[in-house]
Design a protein. Structure first.
Lengths: 614, 226
């Protein structure tokens, strides 16, 4: 913790032997990419900050006053930290953050990890006999105390935007000597050309006030915020956005205090490309949207419901009520413990619903397990909260009752938990034949019993659901990220069904499978693992060119499955039957995740390689 | 940009806690008329969980210690503090949204972050962490007494929560949910903003899943069970 506190912040001054910072400023955005590693499900790094220095020479002091830090977003009450999974960075850069820095050329960069918990490794099952279990989460320690630094030449121009991408190579992974130990990592960083991973969107925002206006980018149709750029004093903006090898589609909109929203949808951003997108916004006063979200059956407030404000792309004429997916989510709010929205905002996450430019919008309400509601909301008063049109149920604001159905039944486990212990089982519902998850519930099987009931809320608007049940297992008392019991499934269950009883979740131990695809993969290539036609897991595929090009892997308990290659979300190969190998039973010592009926338990797990590429 | 807390949010410790409790309780009794006695000068047990990551990510969490368990629904970021806790504590936090938002759970014991940290970015993914070995899930808390302290995220506050036998000095951040394990008799609370004027505090007191009292205000809020 002390190490965090001695990181020089962004206010360091110059020294007689160093370049003199200028009074001009430019903005730096930082993203992460990965040099992929074979043999791990996840490599998680806890990133505290990235800092840059205009002085070359990697041996420079930690306390050099020219270091400028770009920190992770703040957490509750203090400094923040971002956990990144290197495996997920193979296809696309993940943005870390940005800030304004003195305009000059920076000569080196340092990646700063949490000194107490730098991260975790989840290895596949071992390829050869090992004393350490696979598909478990291990903390890692760094092999060296040397800082993670790299030379670079990053030019930050006055009022400009400079993109800095760090390619993180985890290096060698030295496994622990026992299942409770630490992995040892020897990571390094390099600085590739940012345009290999990013594309640029820039333009003007006319009529925007000089202060406070911004342009925001979301992945198309998701509402997931990716980046925000301030509108500069000359009315222009620049966004550097992560782009897949096949391009990434974004929704982009301008907003600001006292100006109308202006949105553009489906802006395709390619690596190294520049896109111009201008916005015209008019000045306007603002109103407020609030209300309460409740469950129709119980009348209770729904906590965590998401309320989204939709706007059609400028000049498109799209009706957001009938075609919400073609519209842009320009603001969201969530409900509190009793269902009231919006929650109060702050500087980092403003409560946009408290200052909505006067205009008529479409409002969409979503909550896990419930039917969506879409309504029209004319915001036409600066003093009175907006009143939503049908199907709003209140006459004084935007309150809604959400409808849902239930599915109920029993989950069972074999053998049952010992008296004094218990077993937790997650039951998940997805739309039949897809991996579109709708809701999840957890049920407890008490010690001495073998089954427990479950009830799951599901939307009434979906005809059928695939259900699967997965145990939340522990390995030698530590949480296991992957189950050691079989995953059991029920397919095409109708909403409202009762008496849905899963086959027993059998103690199986851990297992993994690895293989290759038979095509040159791109970012749209994935492999789906199913059981009895119910989709359970999806694996990304290593990109070309890289050392793991075409490779996929799963941590899945020993069982019979089907695996299938997908391209762009559609099946692209025939299902291939696979059986994940079971570990040998053991009893002395018993490291297993669960016990068999005969008193033995599953030993160290095995990896199952798939011979024929998909 | 998703983030995760790395430095401790300090709590009053040692002899300071007794003084703070006594002072706050005195102020409450004098100014607010809320009754109740306060336990001795020893540090009362409490454990804090930080559920954060991508802002406004809805989740459901099953939290247990060795005596009681709670199901808590909420949105990130939020701190969940168990008062009168019987450690160790385990938490299962599950995202209630099918996107790639990051959900991170950290445990804070005695004001210090420990190794209990877990994250997930999977759709409807679950993060599990614990402060020690547990055999299983304890029975649901009975009574289930909770204080939801809402306001502008990140505001800091101090205060006091107490029952007829024991009091807990608070020093936390909005939003925080206090789970009062096995309170004796009526519970009440006093909350005082210590950060700038970012808006009022809004506090719900829920007993057995029903909000029985609500209070709003700035810079201070008092609330008690009817």
């Amino acid at each position: 913790m002390v190490a965090l506190l001695v990181i020089p912040g962004g206010c360091g001054g110059g020294s007689s032997s160093t370049p003199t910072p200028t009074s001009t400023q430019g903005r730096v955005v930082v993203g992460f990419a990965d040099s992929p590693f074979i043999g791990a499900q996840q490599i998680l790094l806890n990133v505290v900050a990235v800092r840059v220095n205009p002085i070359p020479g990697l041996a420079i002091s930690d306390l050099d006053p020219n270091w400028r830090s770009i920190r992770a977003a703040k957490g509750l009450g203090g400094l923040g930290e971002l956990q990144i999974d290197l495996n997920s960075l193979q296809n696309q850069v993940q943005l870390f953050g940005g800030r304004s820095l003195p305009a000059q050329t920076y000569r080196q960069v340092e990646l700063i990890l949490d000194p107490n918990t730098p991260g975790f490794v989840v290895p596949n099952c071992p390829q050869a006999p090992s004393v350490a279990e696979g598909c478990m989460r291990y903390p890692f320690q760094l092999a060296s105390l040397s800082p993670l630094r790299a030379d670079m030449s990053l030019q930050v121009a006055h009022d400009g935007l400079a993109a800095l991408v760090l390619d993180i190579n985890p290096g060698s992974l030295l496994p622990p000597l026992h299942s409770g130990g630490f992995y040892i990592l020897n990571p390094s960083i390099t600085v590739p050309v940012a345009s290999q991973y990013l594309g640029q969107v820039s333009g003007s925002v006319s009529s925007a006030p000089a202060q406070g206006a911004s342009v925001r980018a979301e992945v198309h149709g998701t509402g997931d915020p990716i980046a925000v750029a301030p509108v500069r004093s000359d009315g222009t903006y620049i966004l550097e956005l992560p782009a897949l090898d096949v391009g990434t589609s974004y929704d982009i909109f301008a907003r600001g205090d006292g100006v109308k929203y202006s949105a553009a949808s489906g802006i395709m951003v390619a690596r190294g490309a520049q896109v111009t997108q201008n916005f015209i916004v008019g000045s306007v006063t603002t109103g407020r949207i609030d209300g309460r979200i409740k469950d129709t059956r119980s009348g209770q407030g729904i906590s965590g419901a998401t309320v989204s404000l939709l706007l059609p792309p400028a000049g498109s004429g799209v009706n957001c009520k009938s075609a919400p997916s073609e519209c842009v989510i320009v603001a969201t709010a969530v409900s509190d413990d009793v269902g009231n929205f919006p929650l109060p905002g702050n500087f980092d996450t403003p409560a946009f619903f408290n200052e909505v430019p006067l205009e008529t919008y479409t409002l969409m309400v979503t909550a896990a397990g419930y039917d969506n509601v879409i309504a029209t909301v004319p915001v036409n008063s600066t003093t009175v909260p907006a009143v939503c049109g049908p199907p709003g149920t209140s006459t004084d604001n935007c309150s809604f009752n959400l409808t849902s159905n239930t599915i109920s039944g029993n989950v069972s486990i074999d053998p049952g938990p010992e008296p004094g212990t218990d077993a937790q089982v997650l039951v998940i519902a997805e739309d039949t034949g897809t991996n579109k998850l709708e809701n999840v519930t957890m049920t407890t099987i008490p010690g001495g019993a073998t089954s427990a009931p479950f009830t799951l809320n599901v939307p009434t608007s979906v005809a059928g659901f695939d259900l699967f049940a997965s145990a939340q297992d522990f390995y030698n008392g530590r949480p296991s990220p992957f189950p050691g019991h079989t995953i059991e499934v029920l397919s095409n269950v109708a909403g409202g069904a009762t008496g849905q009883n899963f086959p027993a979740l059998e103690c199986a131990g851990h297992g993994s499978l690895t293989g290759l695809v038979a095509v040159v993969p791109d970012s749209g290539t994935s492999v789906v693992l199913s059981k009895n036609n119910v989709q359970l897991m999806e694996s990304g595929v290593g990109q070309s060119p890289s050392s793991n090009a075409g490779q996929f892997s799963f941590c899945a308990p020993p069982d019979a499955y089907a695996i299938q290659r997908y391209e762009g979300g559609a099946p692209a190969s025939s299902p291939t039957a696979v059986t994940v190998a079971a570990p040998a039973a053991t009893s002395s010592p018993c490291p297993g995740i669960c016990g068999f009926a005969d008193g033995e338990c599953a030993g160290i797990c095995n990896n199952t390689p798939i011979d024929n590429p998909l | 940009m998703p983030g995760r807390l790395t430095i401790l949010g300090g709590r009053l410790r040692g002899s300071a806690i007794a003084g703070a409790i006594a002072g706050l309780c005195g102020a409450i009794i004098a100014a607010c008329g809320i009754g109740g006695t306060v336990g001795g000068g020893s540090i009362q047990p409490e454990i804090s969980l930080r559920v954060q990551g991508t802002a406004n990510t809805p989740f459901t969490a099953l939290i247990t210690d060795t005596v009681a368990s709670w199901t808590v629904n909420g949105v990130t970021p939020v701190a969940i503090v168990i008062l009168n806790v019987n450690p160790p504590v385990r938490v299962y936090a599950t995202k209630l949204v099918g996107n790639s938002a990051i959900l991170t759970v950290q445990t804070v014991s005695s004001g210090v972050y420990d190794m209990g940290v877990a994250s997930t970015d999977a759709p409807f993914g679950t993060a599990v962490t614990q402060t020690g070995m547990l055999d299983g899930i304890a029975p649901p808390a009975d009574p289930d007494a909770r204080f939801y302290v809402k306001g502008s995220a990140g505001e800091s506050f101090n205060g006091l929560i107490q029952d007829l036998n024991i009091g807990f000095a608070l020093d936390d951040f909005v939003r925080t949910i206090f789970l009062f394990e096995h309170p004796t008799g009526r519970v009440d609370g006093f909350f005082n903003l210590t950060s700038g004027d970012l808006g009022p505090l809004d506090v719900d007191l829920a007993i057995g899943g029903t909000v029985v009292a609500n209070a709003s205000g700035a810079p201070s809020v008092q609330i008690r069970a009817p």
